[in-house]
Design a binder for this molecule. Sequence first.
Ligand SMILES: [Zn+2]
Length: 355
Amino acid sequence: MTIRRVLLFVLALWSIPAGAQNRPAPTRTELSPGIFLFTTPSYGDVGLDGNSIAILSRDGVLVFDTNGTPSAAEAVLAAIRKLTSQPVRWVVNSHWHWDHWYGTEVYQRAFPDLRIVAHEKTRALMMGPALEFNRPGLETGLPGYLENLEKRAAADASLKPLLAEDRFFLEQKTRVRHTFPNVTFSDRLTIEMGERHIEVLNYGRGVTPGDAIVYLPAEKLLLVGDLIVNPITFALSGFPTEWLRVLERIDALDATTIVTGHGAPLRDKALLRTTMEVFRVLLREGKAAKERGLTPDQAKDAIMPGLRGLMVQVTGDDQAKNGAFRTQLVDWYLHRVYDELNGPLTDAIAAIPPA
Ligand SMILES: [Zn+2]
């Protein structure tokens, strides 16, 4: 893997809280009365953090996704404490990517009776394969990048703040006490918390083997984790055909607010439907390309022009976003379409396709 690939991967999957005292507070958005989205800024140039959502009630709080670092989770918990004196009773982790659950230890420490919910396959991945998947980046990729940045910063003092942020990210990720789910579900778990009726759902394999969706029918609110990312969904190691079915079932739910794993909340289903359409094109055209004997890279080049209209709907034709659309959505999804055509996909975490 080249440094560039490592970085891309780090940027996409990882979050690092940086020089904690200098970190900006998370941004708070009220989604519905008593339900708040907390968005944490990225860490230097090495890490993104996932959205974290707090559902308040008269009998406790549920937190959906616990950030990528203890530092970020501490900042979110501090913000929750300003809103309510109720304890956090529930955590739900949407999936195994490390930007969504590496802050769970903070809640566990603060609330010893905490119930930590994830899909049974997600728990199994967290307890082994996910840690192995992260290990090369933590032990080699990121330290190597930092070593290089240190040399550049020695010659260019303007890089020092960035270096401090990046170092903080690595330090945070390294010292995480992995805290695993103590409640699992397979298809559905219903939580009655005070006045809130909360459904935790899995509709089959999507971006991971065990994605947890949270649905509040009364509030018409959906929390979907990385099944959709605003604006560009990150299709590494997904399950193409099943994922589209999952999104079709999500589309059938009555919801006026959809919170994605990253990015601003959606107030309509436009991005969901555009992403589904991209998936449909890639499933159809990818199969045809494979039958014609094209490699996934050749298939991508052949399919991209026909995707331009959908791409511009997603990216606004921003050049950097177009690049991310091409790599993280089209390229990675197409590789998985090919994998799927070669035989049934296992739950194992697939490697990042070579550049
Ligand atoms: Zn994520």
